[in-house]
Design a binder for this molecule. Sequence first.
Ligand code: GLY
Ligand code: MN
Length: 356
Amino acid sequence: MNERMNKLLQTAALGKDEGILIHKPSNMFYLSGYTGEGLIAAGHGFQAIITDFRYTEQAERQAPGFDVLMVEKGVSHAMLASELFAQHGVKCVRYEDDEVTVRSFEAIKEAIPGVEFASLKNAPETIRRIKDQHELDCIEEACNISCKAFDQLLGFIKPGMTEKQLQIKLEFLMLELGAEALAFNTIVASGVNGSLPHAIPSDKKVEMGEMITFDFGAKKGGYCADMTRTISLGQPSAEMKKIYDTVLYAQQTCEDMLAPGKVCKDIDTVARKIIDDAGYAGRFGHGLGHSVGIDIHEDPRLSQLCEDPLEVNQTITVEPGIYVPGLGGVRIEDTCAITENGGRTLVHAQKALLIL
Ligand code: GLY
Ligand code: MN
């Protein structure tokens, strides 16, 4: 059993007669290296990937050390898990109650009779909060690719291009520079569209005098980058400049606060106060940041709901924004790593307002 699976058994305090089912793709990848479909069934002294013909060889290659069991006509994933659990005397199955659908759960209960079911209580995600060196290296590499792509994109941005054209160019550059995939759907929001925090790139043309927000990230080694930059095409209005300066000040102040032991909620409070005091109360309606890893949004969160202290080797984004309908918006975001000495940004793109 590998180190991460051993840690999972410990973190979940798995009893001798308990088993685990993992359905969440990000948890399967973290625990085994396997990226295909299916599930993991495990317990003390056994670990198996249950999948179908399309993925059996892939599972054997990606997850040596795991048994690979193949479903076939009339033999479902849950039936194979049931046999495995029966062989190992499992009386209680711990499963991801935030992932398994009601319908799948009913099918699992039917196929695995005579056992109890209980929540795994996000034990894998608890372990995933602290990144090891390999994970940090992947995230840093993903950030480097994203920064390089953005740097190259800057030379292409011209008035009259559409948001979609800019999105496609940026995504192409990330893939060309070595991204294996995109971490999430790229956001490009120009002018008045900047007030939409998660704008979908449209056919709107970018024009002189507008700000453009780019929120994007590459994926490398299975790990995500997350960064946002807002630039100005020509001179911005005085109001947009004030919004930019406010967001930048909030962003840099909070990034400078990052350190082990700092309570997540308190950092979010500082950003919110800077933005409220500048006259934009209510215009920063999302949390200040989130951890990043295999998934783009992981715990902990820099938000009013998170009282956890930051810990060494966590990652965290710092991404304040101001959104004013009818006018536009600004967001600036770095992905950072928490070190013993404070925060270390993994994003090195310019944050001072860039006027093209
Ligand atoms: N980068 C998108 C988000 O954090 O929601
Ligand atoms: Mn983000």
